[in-house]
Design a protein around this ligand. Structure first.
Ligand code: ZN
Ligand code: ZN
Length: 181
């Protein structure tokens, strides 16, 4: 039996048979194509990015998020709020959460984290500091780690990041109180 020719995928670098490749035209031109698996993964992450864009628009907020940033968040293994691993019976699956609620903030890497579905449901549209105050699992260490991560993304110090969160929490509770009266 003749040995099947293999083609290199430009995304994963693996060599695969013709049937598992996309970009047949490129292959015919002898430039590299992408494998179906990589294409599917990319389409799925693009869809999640579009979902996020849609939800952001619905909330009347702005979005500054790249696919790479979303991929980085999605690659996380532990919840930012309880520290537990994703996909256990307690934590449930991974979700991307707005640290300051979407209606109050923006969709940007500096306002996003990965949380388990259990914490995300518990937090709902609360501010991160309000959730911290009422959750037993959300420890000081976890809050410090979250603030350090957001500060790095926003290119500020953890101290000013904490200040930003505190003032946004105040603004938010003032606004919500005003809406109720
Ligand atoms: Zn590939
Ligand atoms: Zn959690």
């Amino acid at each position: 039996m003749a040995k099947r020719k293999l083609y290199e995928c430009y995304s994963c670098g693996e060599r695969k048979p013709y049937q598992q490749m996309t970009g047949k035209k490129r292959i015919r031109r002898r430039t590299r194509g992408e494998c179906l698996e990589c294409r599917r993964k990319r389409d799925a992450s693009n869809r999640r990015l579009w979902d996020m864009r849609f939800r952001t628009k619905q909330a009347g907020a702005f979005m500054f998020l790249t696919r790479e940033q979303l991929t980085e968040l999605e690659a996380r293994t532990n919840c930012a709020y309880c520290g537990e691993e994703f996909n256990t019976t307690i934590t449930g699956h991974k979700q991307i959460d707005h640290v300051m609620p979407l209606g109050e903030g923006i969709t940007a890497r500096g306002n996003l984290t990965a949380a388990c579905s259990s914490c995300n449901a518990g937090k709902h549209n609360r501010h991160v500091l309000d959730y911290y105050a009422r959750s037993d699992k959300f420890t000081d260490e976890l809050l410090d780690a979250l603030i350090a991560d957001l500060a790095a993304q926003n290119q500020c110090t953890p101290k000013s990041m904490r200040g930003l969160l505190e003032s946004s929490r105040e603004l938010m509770s003032e606004r919500r109180a005003a809406e109720c009266t």
